[in-house]
Structures are given as structure tokens and as C-alpha cells.
Design a protein around this ligand. Structure first.
Ligand code: ATR
Length: 284
């Protein structure tokens, strides 16, 4: 990769950030399209987030991805935030528009595109979301934008599930909140078209919560936001002969959407997917 006098800088700010696959994915895309961009990781501690954003402005970076734990707080330091970002309450992509820093949430777009790739029809769908944190909020935003019909949020802490549903305001979707014991409720499971795990359970190879996989309809889709490994959740769904999508697909599509915002070019998906699969996390 050649760095010139005109090279544009993009990157990712997070804490931690060393495990991120985004540098490999984006740099592979820049290389294949011969774009004069470079994508670098920035380890930014929470106390320095404001200074980091001011630094991006001062240095004229073309943009950044934003990851945990900064996705919510970063909004306060930007000049504008998209409607989707405001609804999701989080920004994962910043675009520098002639010195104005604009926040977007391409996790929302990425989730919808990952569903589109397997021809899942969001409009009218009935969905079960497991978890009620920031990722659940992004998924809920996507489902509202795609006009899903009904969403049940199941969470360990039911109060948090209720808060999430309530904070969302009118969406046109029927929203309900429940505890994790509902995952074994065959009647509930038989009535959904999509089950999404938004918790980090499975990231370290743990067991998943008991769930009535076999009670779901044969064409029910199971989607895990966890990426980079075969999770117990998707393995069990596969064993029940249900279709599955893993988090790599959402990671790819959120990255592709960010790539287009920064470069104005269509993202080379095959190249980016290959870079993700090669999956060598960057070391620091
Ligand atoms: P994120 O922004 O990635 O969604 P988060 O806001 O910390 O992360 O939310 C994590 C979600 O995973 C929550 O729904 C959390 O449940 P609680 O609200 O009850 O804490 C859920 N979660 C994480 N670890 C869990 C575990 N071991 N068992 C059950 N739920 C878990």
C-alpha cells in the first residue's frame, strides 16, 4: 500500500480496538479499487473521546467507524446525526463533509442488507429479539425501517426490555417485552419468522439459553450478531434444520455501507468478505 501526499485517512475508534477486523476488510477494498485511502485503528479511552473527535476534525480525516464503548457518547461531539442514528441512539460511522462531522448508523443498514442477502422479507415479519442493549436497539431500528409487524424483546432483565420497547415510541410495530424463560414457550416460538441474538452470549464458546428451536416454523431464520465463530445458538438452529445467518454478514454490510459513504464508490463485497474470512485480527 502506497501512502502519498493525498492519502485520505479513515479508521476505527474504540476501546479495545486491537481485535477489529475492519482494518483488514477496508484496506483490502481500497487496494483492489486502487483508492488512495488508508484505514487505521485508534485506541481511544473514554476520557479522551472528545479530544479524539477534535483531532479527526483538525487532521481532516475522511471519517471513522466508532465502536464500543463510544457509539452513544460520540453523537454529542458531531455536527449532525442521521435520523437512523438518532433513532438507534448510536453512531458507528462518522463522515467528514467539508469539515462538518456527520454521524450515521450503518449497523442498521448492515442488518437489513444481511437479511436481504438471504431473501428474508422484513415487511410484515414477526420477530423475537434476544437482548435489550445497544445492539438490540439497532436491530429494532432496522426492523421499524423495514416495516416488521411485531417484535418481542426477551431479556434477562425484563425491566430493560420494557424500557427499550417503551423508549421507542410509535413505530407501527407491535412491541412486547418478556424474560428469557419465554424462549422455551413453544407457542411464542411457533409464531415468529426470525430469531435474533443480540447478546454477547456465545462469543467465548458458552452454552446458549434453552430455546424451543424445533417449535419454530420450518422457514424461521436464526440470526446471531456474534461473529467469528460457530455459536451454540446457530449450531442448535442448524441441527433443527433451520436457516442461519452469522454476524460476519452484518459486519460485512455495515462496513460496505461505511465504505460507500467515505469513498462514494460501491463496495467490493467479495474482496471484503474474503478479508473478513481470512480473519487475522490486527495486533498491537
Ligand atoms: P450491546 O451494546 O452489545 O447490546 P449491552 O448494552 O451491554 O451490549 O447489552 C448486553 C445484552 O446482553 C443485554 O441484553 C444483557 O442482558 P441484561 O440487560 O439482563 O444485562 C445481555 N447479556 C449479556 N450477558 C448475558 C448473560 N450472561 N446472560 C443473559 N444475558 C446477557
Amino acid at each position: 500500500m502506497k501512502i502519498s501526499g493525498r492519502t485520505q485517512i479513515v479508521g476505527i475508534i474504540g476501546d479495545p480496538v486491537a481485535h477489529s477486523l475492519s482494518p483488514a476488510m477496508h484496506n483490502a477494498a481500497f487496494r483492489v479499487l486502487e483508492l488512495d485511502f488508508v484505514y487505521v485503528p485508534f485506541h481511544v479511552r473514554p476520557a479522551l473521546l472528545r479530544a479524539a473527535v477534535a483531532g479527526l476534525r483538525a487532521l481532516g480525516a475522511a471519517g471513522v467507524n466508532v465502536t464500543v464503548p463510544h457509539k452513544e457518547r460520540v453523537m454529542a461531539f458531531l455536527d449532525s446525526v442521521s435520523e437512523t442514528g438518532r433513532r438507534a441512539g448510536a453512531v458507528n460511522t462518522v463522515v467528514n463533509r467539508d469539515g462538518q462531522l456527520h454521524g450515521e448508523n450503518t449497523d442498521v443498514t448492515g442488518f437489513l442488507r444481511a437479511l436481504g442477502e438471504v431473501k428474508f422479507r422484513v415487511r410484515g415479519a414477526r420477530v423475537l429479539i434476544i437482548g435489550a442493549g445497544g445492539s438490540a436497539r439497532a436491530v429494532l431500528t432496522a426492523l421499524a425501517e423495514g416495516h416488521a409487524a411485531a417484535v418481542t424483546i426477551a431479556n434477562r432483565t425484563v425491566r430493560r426490555a420494557r424500557q427499550l420497547a417503551r423508549s421507542f415510541g410509535p413505530t407501527g410495530m407491535h412491541l412486547s417485552a418478556t424474560g428469557l424463560q419465554s424462549l422455551t414457550d413453544a407457542r411464542l416460538l411457533a409464531a415468529v419468522d426470525l430469531v435474533v441474538n443480540t447478546t454477547s452470549v456465545g462469543l467465548r464458546g458458552e452454552q446458549f439459553f434453552p430455546l424451543a428451536y424445533a417449535a419454530t416454523r420450518r422457514n424461521c431464520l436464526f440470526f446471531d450478531l456474534v461473529y467469528g465463530r460457530a455459536t451454540a445458538f446457530l449450531t442448535a438452529a442448524g441441527r433443527a434444520s433451520r436457516r442461519t445467518v452469522d454476524g460476519t454478514s452484518m459486519l460485512l454490510h455495515q462496513g460496505a455501507a461505511a465504505f460507500t459513504l467515505w469513498t462514494g464508490r460501491r463496495a467490493p463485497l467479495a474482496v471484503m468478505r474474503r478479508a473478513l474470512r481470512a480473519g487475522t485480527p490486527i495486533q498491537n
